[in-house]
Every structure is written in structure tokens, then in C-alpha cells.
Design a binder for this molecule. Sequence first.
Ligand code: NAD
Length: 484
Amino acid sequence: MTAIKVGIIGAGSAAFSLRLVSDLCKTKGLSGSLVSLMDIDKDRLNAVHMLAKKFAEEFGADLRFETTTNVEDAIKDSSFVVNTALVGGHSYFEQVRKISEKYGYYRGIDSQEFNMVSDYYTISNFNQLKFMHDVAKAIERISPKAWLLQAANPVFELTNLITRTVPINMVGICHGHHGVDHIIEKLGLDSEKVEWQVAGVNHGIWLTKFMYEGKDAYPLIDELLEKEVENFKPTNPFDDQLSPVAKDMYEFYGKMPIGDTVRNGSWKYHYNLETKKKWFGEPWGGVDSELGWKWYQDRQAEIAIAMQKVAKYFQENKNAKLLSKDSLNEIISQTKNDVKEELTKEIYNLLDPQRKSGEQHILLANALLNNEKVDLVLNLPNNGTIPGIPDDVAVEIPVYADKDGIHRYKIDPPLPERIKKMYLYPRIMRMEWALEAFLTGDKKVLEEFLIRDPRTKSYDQVVKVLDEILALPGNEEMRKHYSK
Ligand code: NAD
């Protein structure tokens, strides 16, 4: 058993923090550990703290918690630091999007070819990049042996930035590969008998191998896709793994795009709402349309309020046991029905001793410290894993972890050349531009992103949109950085 300290930065993101806490509760090997919850929002922090304590109590888990608003406190003596903060919050993204749209950039200047995810900003996100970089440097200074597990986006850019410039143990972690589970479930296969691999870069991964009982099972996906895309009707805006866009990308690139990759196709699927609806289905046109994103934001707001209510209940009823489904429903009775259902399901899944949350952070910690070997999909420098991609570019690949560290599986069969030439290389170049801009402070590099953007009609448009974004309150440091 190894008692450690785990720091969670941006811990006010309640749903995410509780997933980590519930995994810790179920991991005997990490019993006795201390979780340092860090956030700048005290209300969110206190709510998460209250809920985390209740979870641990319910499990009878030997875990301790502390709260702090100071990053360095969370890092000090930590073996693992999970960073899930979002500097400026979602409201910053909306301000940038609004300005961008005024100048003709539908869904914002940060929606770029192969990067259409609505909270994955790489051009106007200086404060987020700077904060994450500073946290990595603080780890090097204060807890040089700690692992940084980067959960906040943009994971691809941040993994590259940090692994190239700060000598610490670091991986980028995303749960996008669970798109494979959706396919397995839809096919009604026994997941124990499925062997699969994904490879690519974060939010750009492809199902390179899909075998069932030792045989190639891609033909099953072909059949399923044919059936699913006929009269495709998504159940929610995220329901796109078996959508017309996934099928079209599969046909062009030769392998199935997995998880967020489906959201990250070329402009062909994203010109405007009408185009998005055609490919991602009615009524939302996928989660990254104005309608889909509103659905998601409204839902997140509902979940945050409901979480606060549950936390308040425990604050006022110190001796209350964790709730029955009925009383939980009563406390969050004002919450919309479908959100209530989802939240109740999530909480009870997290309380199920047989289930893990699906996040990989605690599994990785346990494997490294207690030698419990585990298969994961992580972001780390390529170092020859995908031929043709530079060694220092972070790739998202299948690995296993144990006490000796993280070991890569061979990607077999390899990624098709088409995927590399038509998707990965152009996406990698955009990551390089984002880092070039951030590391040099040269505004001309930011401009260049937009000069090469099909929505740009004049250089004047580029200068104006960037100047207005740089003039936003909160962007003082960014403005200074890009005026060198
Ligand atoms: P959110 O705004 O709900 O939560 C972020 C938290 O960060 C808030 O509690 C906020 O108070 C806190 N925060 C802001 N500035 C901070 C600072 N300087 N120091 C400490 N905490 C600070 O955002 P969210 O929707 O939970 O998303 C968080 C991040 O996680 C985003 O980058 C999102 O894209 C990413 N994300 C990653 C994955 C993945 O699998 N890797 C999945 C979903 C979301």
C-alpha cells in the first residue's frame, strides 16, 4: 500500500473531481492518501470538498482531503498533480467567439481545420497556456519527482509545450478513446474478447486494430455503420460515433475516427449550421454547432447547480448518510428531468464498488506505484512509435504502465499513410504554429493562422479580429506578450 498526496488543480470541476475521488476510494493500494483540492472559486471548492468527504465516508475509504486556493500548496509533496483548470472559464470562450463571428469567423477563430471542439482554443488561449506552463515549472521547482497529468485542454498543444520545455514526468490524458466502447456496445460484443488499438494525436485518433475472438472485426463495423447512418437521428449532440460524418471520414481516411476525432474533421463538415446538420444530424448539427454547444453549456450549468444543492444539503445535515435515489431526486427536484436522471446515474455509478469511472489518472498512479499493470491510452512524445512523425511530437497511443514506467505497444497494423498525409501532418503543423506563437510572442504568427483560414477575405479582417480579442479585459498579459 502506498499513501501519497494527489493534487487536483481546478478541482471545482465537480463531476471530474468526484470521478477521481471515487476511483481513489476503490483503489486499496492508494489507501491513506491525501487529496489536495485546489481552485480559485471557493464556493465550488467547498462543495466538492463536502461531496468528496461523503464519498469517502460511504466507502469507508481511508482518504484525507485538504482545500487550498494556492497552486503551490497543492503541488508541494504531491506525487501526482492533475490539472483540469480552465482559466477565464467558458465565458472567455464565448466572448472570443462573439467577436470572431462579428468578423466572419463562424464558431470563432479557434475553430480550425481538424480542431473544431468548442472549448479547445489554441490561438486566443494565451492565459490557459501560460497557466499550465507555469504549473509545470512550479512542479519542477517544488516537487520535481511528481507526475503532471494534464487533463485540461488543449491537451495536444500542452503536452508538446511541457514535454519540450520543462523536464518533469508528464503525460496528457483524455477519455476520447471510449468511443471504441460505444462501438463494442452497439455491436453487442463481449468486450473481453475484443482486441483494439487506437493511434494518432489527441482528438485525432483512429481505430487501427479491431479484432473479435482473434479475427478482424472491421466488417462488423461496416455493417453497423450502414444501418446506423440510414435515417440517422442522434439521441444527444454528442451522439456522433456512428454518424454520417464518422462514416464519411472512415471512407476517406481508411480507418474509423474515434471519439472527439469525429468532431474534428475538415471544413467539409463545418462550414455553417446547415452543413453541420447534414453531417451530424438534426436538430443540433453536433455538439460544436451553436445549438449543440448551447445544449451542453445549459446542461453543465444545471449540473453545477445541482451539485451545489447536494453539497449544501450535507453542510446543513452533517450526520446525513449518502442519499437514497428518492431523497437525491428531491434535493435536485428543480433540475431538468433528463439532467436529473443522468446525474443520479453518474453518482450511483461512482458509488458502485465494481465500477471504475473510466478516467485513467488513478489507474496510472496505482500501476506506477503498486505495480498493478494496466493498459491505457496516453499522450506522450512519439519517440518512433508512429513512423514518419517526429520524435518530439506528442502522440496518443496505446501503452501499458507498471512499476517500471509507461511502455508503448507496437502500432500493428500501422496507421495508414492517408491519415498521416491528409490529417495528422496538417494538424501537427497547427500545433507547431500555436507553440511558435506562444514561445516567441510574435503576433505575426497568430495572424498567419488566420491568413491561411478559408474564412478570411482580407488582411484587414485578420488584424481587426485579433486586436479586438487582445483588447478584452483579462487579456492584458496576452496583449503585452504579443507586442514584442
Ligand atoms: P469548468 O470551468 O467547469 O471548471 C474548471 C475549473 O477551473 C473551475 O472550477 C474554475 O474555478 C477553475 N479555475 C479557473 N482558473 C483557475 C486557476 N487559475 N487556478 C485554479 N483553478 C482555476 O471547466 P470544465 O468544463 O470542467 O473543463 C475544464 C477543462 O477540462 C477544459 O480545458 C476542458 O476542455 C477539459 N476537458 C478535458 C477532458 C479530457 O478528457 N481530457 C474532458 C472534458 C473536459
